[in-house]
Design a protein around this ligand. Structure first.
Ligand SMILES: NC(=O)c1ccc[n+]([C@@H]2O[C@H](COP(=O)([O-])OP(=O)(O)OC[C@H]3O[C@@H](n4cnc5c(N)ncnc54)[C@H](O)[C@@H]3O)[C@@H](O)[C@H]2O)c1
Length: 254
């Protein structure tokens, strides 16, 4: 049984996790944490993680990146593994995550879905082959309540392509402020916000007279919820370190 402490339990993803736990075996939510303390019939909801005494299990965080420091401090104090599923972290918060992973297991990925992680691998492969003659652009679309832009997933894809390319790259988020041609080293990253779109990502390789597009669409939050639960199960008995979805997938494939 994998016990979960769910931070952000009353948000969209928190509710998707609670529903997925109810429908699956092997997981239980020990406690929820949210500034919105709307009660749950299945677990106690705390307004502050420090209110949970004698905690067990894995912290799964779908709250807000500004809560990262408090969660990591608590996890280190109680020696609990953490799945950091929030996005939009500052450089300082990313450093805290790296530092915490020296004493506890931390799983971090901007996207918990299997399909997006496959898209990343395909985009790396495509950039190997097309890099010299194709322009790379990423378009992401999300619902109108999303706070950060571009999405953490768009940056995850861009970073994977950048690290794979053996040349200088520059991210371009806005072309309205300048009047100049696109430079070959650019990776354009564009955000669309509207309605209830769960999450769409498209990587375009635009070459002379041809276009290659790799895309992924999440139809429900269940894909992220089941990925986050797999991540919790994967790190619960791991030693301290920083883990991600490609590590989980390669262990599963072995
Ligand atoms: N890694 C992934 O696969 C993935 C997928 C979807 C969303 N996300 C990320 O997860 C996060 C949550 O997304 P969401 O769509 O569920 O958002 P949401 O706004 O619906 O839910 C966030 C919840 O966190 C709570 N919260 C915010 N600040 C808090 C604080 N300081 N203390 C306690 N609770 C607090 C809010 O009250 C809310 O209930 C975002 O960062 C989003 O980008 C990641």
């Amino acid at each position: 049984m994998t016990e979960i402490i769910l931070t952000g339990c009353n948000g969209r993803m928190g509710k998707a996790i609670a529903d997925t736990v109810k429908a699956s075996e092997g997981f239980t939510i020990e406690a929820g944490v949210d500034i919105n303390t709307l009660p749950s019939p299945d677990f106690h909801v705390y307004s502050d993680i420090n209110g949970i005494e004698d905690p067990h299990g894995v912290i799964v965080d779908f709250s807000h990146h500004t809560l990262t420091k408090d969660i990591l401090d608590y996890a280190i104090k109680h020696k609990l593994p953490v799945v950091v599923a929030t996005t939009g972290h500052t450089e300082d918060e990313l450093s805290l995550i790296a530092e915490a992973s020296k004493s506890i297991p931390v799983f971090k990925t901007a996207n918990m879905s299997l399909g997006i992680n496959l898209l990343v691998e395909l985009a790396k492969k495509a950039s190997d082959i097309l890099k010299d003659s194709f322009d790379i652009e990423i378009i992401e679309k999300h619902h109108n309540q999303k706070l950060d832009a571009p999405s953490g997933t768009a940056l995850l894809i861009a970073d994977a392509i950048r690290d794979n390319l053996d040349r200088e790259t520059e991210y371009t988020y806005d072309r309205t402020a300048r009047r100049e041609k696109r430079k070959p080293e650019e990776i354009g990253i564009h955000s669309v916000r509207g309605g209830t779109i769960v999450g769409e990502h498209e990587v375009i390789f635009a070459g002379p007279d041809e276009l290659v597009t790799i895309s992924h669409r999440a139809d429900s939050r269940r894909v992220f919820a089941s990925g986050a639960l797999s991540a919790a199960e994967y790190i619960k008995d791991k030693k301290a370190g920083l883990y991600n979805m490609s590590m989980l997938l390669s262990e599963k494939i072995k």
